[in-house]
Write a protein that binds this ligand. Structure first.
Ligand code: TNX
Length: 555
């Protein structure tokens, strides 16, 4: 008996290194999922995905996610999966709601013969299937077969606002590129697409009542003031909004006012409030009743096109070009009548009138952080904090009780270069936006501001496109920083780990290579350089404040 026991002991002892070795092997299997889920554990087994597998759905909830999964798997692997009500084995089971899960949380449970997605609502199913798709796209496909490593995942988002903004006024990229961006946003669980459609160089959204806005205002871009008109028709907009909705992305249009209105003023000069020497025709006229009627008509058409019931009205940098207001007879009459002390008060008057329009249409008001000092209705307004050098504005926004989205220039403006040596794009007082700084945002000091927990809706990266004129360059600025943005918006700070993320990132770079994206490789900065596409800096119009003398000399 004693012998037997000690024999067993010896056997165990001998097995120990083997066990340890195999454990080490398993441990090396790193999850490729970005953003990192709250909990994820390797199951030490594999699911064979092939044409013989099926997707099973029994209820209406989960159906949309199942179809999306089917299409995406076919698109990226060539594997065709039948959708069935009943199936026994080798199935992906998109199961109806689970009581213990709330809101957008989901579970993905994988075993050798069944994969189950559990969620409480449609969006949760979608998010769960996206995680599965990330696993699929990180697995080699051999003869239309994939050996999927199995994981148990339990997950939910940190923030409800996980945004990306694209400026299509400075350069226009068009429907196909926008859809492509929406696909990638969905892949990284980003859910708000802020669409900057109007600004100085071009007005990009068709307004039926005012056709000149696009026919005239759509002419030109930042590199070429005479480029033929480029814009989205209302049918195009509907198509994009639908495409985004299929991916649980809400589209928020921005119609910038009262500044950045140059393109609109080219089309309808009667509503211009003039500008300054540097920024001619920059503003709408805030003292002309006809301006309010005109802008209300525009916003009514915009409202119908965007089911988000949120319109961003800009309100940034009005002081850049409101100098003419000092001389404008209408504005000066208004100033006297109302007893305004300065032009800032005129600006606030304008904003309040536009807010009335939005509230009547049951829209929320979204605006850049210049509105923090205004009297816009607290409950209905969301402030976008962008001036990283003005932390007091963020504090004030939170103190006053505004819902707030964090998108500080450093580190969330993706028009800033991501490598010190790069020069096409912005650098600000020596500052640029390396991927690590995106990953490390938001910093603790911000999260500890009073009301931060209650009022911060989430984070957003903004891609302004003065210096971005080609699709390739757009990709270069967006990839791979989009992954750091996603993880900062989704993953609880205590679960973030930069070196672990870098391991996962490498796998995603392989996906970009496969898809032919022109991305920046932070592990191999020389791999693709930044000088690309037909429009080079030398051909661009002189910038406003983005090209410093130093940068010009470096060229
Ligand atoms: C500031 S952010 C702007 C944009 C520019 C951007 C360039 C903001 C509200 N206004 O008009 O494109 O800087 O980085």
């Amino acid at each position: 008996m004693k012998n037997l026991k000690s024999n067993k002991f010896v056997v165990r002892l001998l097995m120990l290194p083997m066990l340890m070795f195999s454990h080490a092997l398993w441990a090396q299997v790193q999850s490729p999922v970005i953003p990192k889920p709250q909990e994820i554990a390797f199951k030490q087994t594999y699911f064979n995905l092939s044409n013989g597998s099926a997707i099973q759905i029994r209820h209406v909830v989960g159906q949309k996610a199942a179809y999306y999964l089917q299409t995406e798997i076919l698109k990226h692997t060539g594997v065709t999966l039948e959708i069935k009500k009943n199936a026994v084995t080798n199935i992906i089971y998109v199961q109806a709601s689970s009581k213990e899960l709330k809101g957008n949380s989901y579970q993905l449970l994988m075993s050798a013969n069944q994969i189950t997605v559990k969620a409480a609502d449609e969006e949760g199913f979608f998010l769960g299937t996206v995680t599965l798709l990330q696993l699929v796209r990180n697995t080699p496909v051999i003869d239309q077969k994939l050996k999927l490593a199995c994981w148990d995942v339990s997950d939910k988002p940190l923030y409800g606002w996980r945004g990306f903004m694209l400026d299509e006024s400075r350069h226009f990229f068009g429907k196909e590129k926008v859809k492509d961006i929406l696909d990638w946003m969905a892949f990284y669980k980003l859910n708000k697409f802020h669409w900057h459609l109007t600004d100085q160089p071009g007005w990009r959204i068709e307004i039926r009542k005012y056709p000149r806005l696009t026919l005239v205002g759509g002419i030109g871009n930042y590199s070429d003031p005479l480029a033929p008109a480029q814009y989205y028709t209302q049918e195009d907009i509907k198509e994009i909004v639908r495409y985004a909705a299929e991916r649980y992305i809400e589209v928020i249009p921005e119609i910038d006012m009262p500044g950045h209105a140059t393109a609109a003023n080219m089309a309808y000069p009667q509503f211009s409030g003039g500008g300054s020497e540097k920024y001619p025709e920059f503003t709408f006229n805030p003292a002309n009743d006809a301006t309010y009627q005109y802008l209300t008509d525009i916003l009514k058409e915009v409202n119908v096109l965007f089911p988000s019931q949120k319109i961003h009205i800009g309100a940034d940098e009005v002081h850049f070009g409101n100098q003419h207001w000092h001389k404008d007879v209408y504005v000066q009459k208004l100033v006297k009548e109302k007893g305004f002390k300065d032009l800032k008060e005129v600006e606030h008057y304008f904003l309040n009138r536009m807010a009335d329009t939005l509230l009547k249409m049951d829209n929320e008001i979204l605006a850049w952080d210049e509105v923090v000092g205004s009297s816009l209705p607290i409950e209905k307004t969301t402030v976008f904090w962008w001036r990283h050098d003005k932390k007091d504005e963020l504090k004030k926004s939170l103190e006053k009780g505004f819902k707030t989205v964090l998108c500080p220039r450093l580190p969330l403006y993706f028009d800033f270069v991501q490598n010190e040596k790069h020069s096409i794009g912005r650098k600000w007082a020596g500052g640029y936006v390396p991927i690590e700084s995106v990953y490390n945002f938001p910093t603790e000091d911000i999260l500890n501001y009073p009301n931060a927990g209650k009022l911060i809706q989430g984070i957003q990266a903004n891609l302004w496109t003065e210096a971005v004129s080609t699709e390739q360059h757009l990709e270069y600025m967006l990839f791979p920083r989009i992954t750091a943005l996603a993880e900062s918006a989704w993953t609880q700070p205590q679960h973030k780990d930069y070196s672990d993320y870098q391991g996962r990132l490498k796998k995603h770079l392989s996906i970009y290579a496969k898809e032919g994206l022109y991305y920046y490789d932070p592990f191999n900065p020389e791999k693709y350089n930044e000088f690309l596409g037909p429009v080079q800096r030398s051909q661009m119009m002189p910038g406003t404040d983005e090209l410093t003398k130093q940068e010009m000399n470096n060229k």
